[in-house]
Design a protein around this ligand. Structure first.
Ligand SMILES: *[C@@H]1O[C@H](CO)[C@@H](O)[C@H](O)[C@H]1NC(C)=O
Ligand SMILES: *[C@@H]1O[C@H](CO)[C@@H](O)[C@H](O)[C@H]1NC(C)=O
Length: 165
């Protein structure tokens, strides 16, 4: 029954959204994931926000771009928020090949949970050990799905972490 009710309310939400003219993409799995202006400035020296997902639309161009993270930066900050009144579940993993140069990456949020309904920042720490100089490929995987599993977004963010001895 719960499943039926929630499906019905999603359907109603979508119809309302469509009537208001926002388009279909707002109906399912809609969320935003981006880098705030200060984060883009810190990493890339540019003065703008960088969206990976905006209102549910994936920016494949931005995802294809590998961000080089200098030795002195060990925390990456991402901002996200759910844009629908339906629970969006995420699961996340930070993948690196085992190396002396980089310690275990750390996420400051659980690996699984719900995408926040208000803008929140989460942080991925990439601690260099100082034991070895290396450029380490880092892949941050983020999967977002609706409760009904109707819509799943798979994202892989590419980073190249520079670690110096
Ligand atoms: C998934 O979401 C996209 C856009 O957000 C939408 O166009 C598509 O119809 C949805 N698919 C399903 C199976 O709900
Ligand atoms: C995301 O989904 C893909 C495809 O199902 C899966 O291979 C990957 O392990 C998932 N990653 C996470 C962090 O859940």
């Amino acid at each position: 029954m719960v499943g039926l009710n929630s499906k019905k309310s999603i359907h109603i939400a979508c119809q309302i959204v469509l009537i208001l003219g926002f388009g279909a993409s707002v109906c399912f799995g809609s969320f935003s994931l981006f880098l705030r202006r200060e984060e883009v400035h810190r990493l890339l020296g540019l003065n703008s926000e960088l969206y990976y997902v905006r209102d549910g639309k994936v920016n494949t161009y931005a995802l294809g771009f590998e961000v080089v993270v200098p030795n002195e930066i060990s925390e990456l900050r991402f901002t996200w928020e759910s844009l629908i009144h339906q629970k969006l579940q995420y699961s996340m993993a930070v993948l690196v090949n085992k190396t002396e140069a980089l310690g275990t990456p750390h996420l400051d949020i659980p690996r699984k949970g719900l995408v926040p309904e208000e803008q929140e920042v989460f942080q991925v720490s990439l601690p260099c050990t100082g034991k070895q100089s290396e450029e380490v490929d880092v892949r941050i995987q983020i999967n977002v799905t609706t409760e009904s599993q109707l819509n799943v977004t798979f994202l892989t963010l590419k980073r190249r972490k520079i670690c110096l001895k």
